[in-house]
Every structure is written in C-alpha cells, then in structure tokens.
Write a protein that binds this ligand. Sequence first.
Ligand SMILES: Cc1cc2nc3c(=O)[nH]c(=O)nc-3n(C[C@H](O)[C@H](O)[C@H](O)COP(=O)(O)O)c2cc1C
Length: 410
Amino acid sequence: MPRQLHLNVNILNAGVFGGSWRFPGTDPLSSYRIEHYTDIAKKAERARLDAVFLADGPSLDPSVKHRTGNNFEPTTVLARIAAQTERIGLIGTLSSSYHDAGELARRLGDLDHVSGGRVGWNVVTTAGAVAARNFGRDREPEHSSRYQRAAAFTEQVVRAWSERTRYSSPQGRPVVVQAGGSRDGRELASRVAEVVFSADQDLDRARAFRAEIRAGAARHGRDPGAVVVLPGLSTVVGSTVAEANARRELLDELLPDAYGRGRLAGQLGISLDGLSDDEPIPRDLLVPPDEAGGSQTFYRVVKDIIDRENPTLGALLKRLSGGGGHRIVTGTPEQIADDIETWFRAGAADGFNVMPDVLPSGFDDFAGQVVPELRRRGLFRTDYEDTTLRGHLGLPVPRIVPVPEEVTAR
Ligand SMILES: Cc1cc2nc3c(=O)[nH]c(=O)nc-3n(C[C@H](O)[C@H](O)[C@H](O)COP(=O)(O)O)c2cc1C
C-alpha cells in the first residue's frame, strides 16, 4: 500500500486567523455553540479525515477582548462528537502542567473506551502567565521544569492506561500526540509521541525536524516509522487564484490590529507599543528565546521570518494574520494539493493538521475540493479501512501488560 497522507481538521475558533470571526457570513459566536464542532466533525468524517483536533489553553485568554475564543473544554466537546460520529478520530489538547495525571488518564481512557478507540491526547506544557495565574500560581513554571514534569506526567498517564484491566479499547489506549518543538519539546516527542503537531514555514527545516524526531524515537528504542509528523497548515481556498487572494486580503483587513500586535508581542516576549507599522521591529528590542517566555517554537518561526525577510511590522502582522506562525497556503484546490503533495513526497510531513481560514466555510472548501483532488492523485484514502484512530494513522496497538493479580487485588 503506497504511503498515504494523514489529515486532521483543527477546529480553532471561527477560523485560524485573528479576523476570521468577522468574515462575511460567519457566526462570530460559533465557537460558543456545540453544533459548530459536531457539524464540522460530521463533515470531516464524511471526507474520511483521520481526526478532529481541538487546541486548548486552560484559561480565558485576555485576547478575547479582540477575538472570540475557543472556550469549551476539549473532552467535553469530543464526548459530544463521539456520540454523533462513528469513525473520525478525536484528538484533544490537555496540559501536563495543569492537570492531575490519574484524573486525566481516567477521563481520556474512558472516552477512548466509549468512543470505540478513537481518542488521541495532545500533550502540551502550556506557556504563559495567564494559565499559571488561573491555577493560583504567581508565574508560569520555567520552560525546562515544565518539560521535566511533562515527561513524568506522560509516563504516569500511559502506565495508568496500560494497567486498565477493564474498559480498555480496540486501540489499546489513546494515541499520544505532542506539540512543542523546542529542544526539550523535541526530546519529549522522541520519547513518547506517536503523533507530533509541528510548526514550520520552510520545507527543508520541516524535513530535518521530522528526521530528527524519528531518529530520536529510534534512540529511545522505538520504531521511527511509528511516529507521524503533522505540521500545521492554514488554508485559504478559492476557485481561482484571484478569488483566493481576495479572500486572504479581506481576512488581513479584518484582523483587529490590537489582536495581531498582542499575539506577536506574546510570541516575541516584548512590547510593540508605540512601534510604527512602517518600520521593522528594532533589532535591539528582540530578546533571546529563553527570555521570551511563550512557545519557543513560534518564537523561532517568527524570528526566522524577521531574519530572512526583514519585514516592516505591518508586513509581519499581515504575514501572520493573527495565526500562530503556521504556514499559510492560499490558492486553488489544485495549488493547495500541489503544496501538500510536495511536502509529503519530500518527507517533510506525513500529513497536516489543517487549520481552515474560516469555519465552517473554509473547511467546506477544503473537504469538498482539496480532499477529492488529493484522492484523485492517490494520496488520500477513499474510505476508512479501520474503526480506530490508531488504525487511521497506521500506528500499532501497544502491547498491554496486564498488572499481576496480586497487585490489582491490593
Ligand atoms: C504546533 C503547536 C501547537 C500548540 N498548541 C498548544 C495548545 O493548544 N495549548 C497550549 O497550552 N499550548 C500549545 N502549544 C505550546 C505548548 O504549550 C508547549 O508545550 C510549550 O508551552 C511551548 O513549547 P515549545 O517551547 O517547545 O514550543 C503549542 C505548541 C506548538 C508548537
């Protein structure tokens, strides 16, 4: 069977861009309605995607002043989706910094059982002081200690799943996904991740990242072929190039400036107050990644753009359009399929975590026009051949080592 693409849809708000919620015909409050998620999930299942993906931050982001938020707790949404679907995978982001391992293992283990083996857990350590304050802490834990905790935490959760003597699932246990591409993040991914949600703007860097993660998995005695690397991909689909570009330009205009500046300031760990849109960010303002706080992945992605293109602040804000720094592809279905095929065949990706520009309309375009084009090229499944998330992703079912009777009897 030739290597096949893996595609998830990341149901982010009313779309990935800072101005998506303002796009004509879009319900700005859609992310507060459960049908927004279940409707997209059913469409994703009809398109035979691998999974729906829910990002999450365990706090109300202050940027909600400028952009409606993603607000429902992921397992709550995924349980509702599970009840209304049969095959689509269900991947939720839950922070290793702000949960209890035993409780999380039970919650996701049970959801995996009742959904027939369709759950994936995206492990994040969660950057930023807002989430820390939400849990009564003065400031966010140090980056390295966040990852030390994440490693121990993930081990505890996977062990708890392995010791479940009842209510397991056809896929053995949930799939472990990981997002965070700093050095510590890549080490965690090499040790535990079966799927890696990455962020890269450049094909060669993405190919090197995937090779590094797979080599790291082998170093930890794992099968490198059992690690699926899915970069984020923001899509803007038009029936013509002109239509796609016009859609993207409108989204850039709709970006609340305060939101775009706030997001970029957070990624770089600096204040942009008083800086002109017409000048590049002064170099002496920039701080090293360790001082920036936040995600070192997105810091690097943005800093690479600054170093390569030396954009004015206004051009950089447009380039990112309020997204985190994931690659944005704008074009016809054929052009987007070309881009996906190029990265896939180059070994830069095993597929993508797709983030449509506007939801649901942008996903309708992707599922209705890009997926059939990928299918026509023989790159994507025509039908599900399995019932579990592991099956869709081509991942092995882990050997469950039952806990000896005398231990469970305690
Ligand atoms: C592609 C990607 C997606 C992420 N999604 C989330 C998320 O949904 N919620 C969250 O709290 N952190 C998210 N993060 C950041 C993670 O929390 C990460 O563990 C840490 O804070 C920053 O990781 P890094 O320094 O390794 O980039 C994401 C990071 C990346 C690279």
